[in-house]
Write a protein that binds this ligand. Structure first.
Ligand code: HEM
Length: 295
């Protein structure tokens, strides 16, 4: 129970204890939009193991949740392992991105050069950082409150989305200009699917932000879970599209011979690091939500 703050959240009544998990990755799936008209803050369980310990009382109060979105999230001291992993992951993605940009412009600044550049910057830098905004391992965000992280997440996703949209328009325009047919390769097809799902996730993010107001159509907890699950799917698709992009004739011709293997290794390694925690949390929350629904 070391990462849980247990305190009395009902100051006036002094009756209802609240147990709040300080794990922000989990809170990202709940947030204050899970408030469902309740007035009394009650027990908030954002962890399945804890739920098993708490039993029935907690399930009964699931309709009256409230999160303190302004509190400091992580008071635990940062470990050397976290610092090292942080620099390693960011460093590897930065090296990968700089190399893709270098190869893209190595033959001159053509319209096409901007496609790999903007796609890589959009996904490998901005969207990665946006996902990491909820991670306890993120040195920049770990001591910030939930509200700050949501804003940071939004801004980074918006910049990443704009970069991806520009990269997509550029490759379409480039193909029109050169009168080439569209969506013929594996990279092009996976890339198109990635962009469509990215647009859906962006719309889902807006829904999630206003999920409390939209609760009569979909419970906020489901809106958040769907957004998180699809966000994970987009990341996996983007990594696949990037790896297939490195298998394109263009990249093979102008990069060093094992660049696609090194690049693929970096993307898979960093992808596993970035997605493991959010996805396991998401699966646990799905289980809890369905268990509650079937009670
Ligand atoms: C997640 C990132 C990426 C996405 C979503 C993406 C998406 C796309 C799409 C949808 C097309 C097809 C356009 C059409 O047929 O009209 C395309 C084409 C292309 N992309 Fe990407 N791309 C990404 C990253 C990259 C990277 C990193 C490279 C190179 C290193 C690259 C190289 C190419 C090339 C050479 C083409 C033209 C040939 C083809 O259609 O396969 N792309 N991309």
């Amino acid at each position: 129970m070391s990462n849980y703050n247990t305190f009395n959240s009902n100051a006036e009544g002094g009756v209802t204890p609240a147990i709040i998990n300080t794990n922000v990755e989990t809170e990202a799936l709940l947030g204050d939009t899970e408030r469902e008209g309740g007035v009394t803050p009650a027990i908030i369980n954002t962890n399945v193991e804890t739920e098993a310990l708490l039993g029935d009382t907690e399930r009964d109060v699931s309709v009256t949740r409230k999160m303190n979105t302004n509190r400091q999230e992580n008071q635990n001291p940062v470990s050397w392992l976290q610092i090292t992993m942080n620099f390693a992951i960011h460093g590897l993605l930065l090296i990968f991105t700089i190399y893709v940009i270098y190869v893209s412009f190595s033959q001159g600044a053509f319209l096409f050069s901007w496609h790999p550049t903007l796609m890589t910057v959009g996904y490998a830098i901005f969207m990665t950082e946006a996902i990491l905004s909820f991670s306890e391992n993120n040195l920049l965000a770990r001591n910030r409150n939930f509200k700050w992280r949501v804003k940071y997440h939004w801004i980074l996703q918006a910049i990443g989305g704009a970069s991806v949209a520009a990269g997509f328009i550029i490759i379409l325009t480039n193909k029109f200009i050169n009168e080439k047919s569209h969506f013929q390769t594996n990279h092009a097809i996976v890339g198109l699917v990635t962009i469509i799902v990215t647009a859906l996730v962006a719309a889902g993010g807006i829904w999630t932000k206003y999920s409390y107001d939209l609760r009569e159509y979909l419970r906020p907890v489901y809106a958040k879970l769907i957004h998180a699950a699809l966000g994970g799917a987009v990341y996996i698709l983007a990594v696949t599209a990037l790896i297939l992009g490195m298998n394109s004739d263009f990249f093979e011709r102008y990069s060093f011979s094992s660049a696609k293997w090194v690049g693929g290794f970096i993307l898979i390694l960093t992808g596993v690091y970035i997605l493991t925690k959010p996805l396991t949390t998401c699966i646990a929350r799905f289980k809890t939500a369905f268990m509650r629904a079937s009670l």
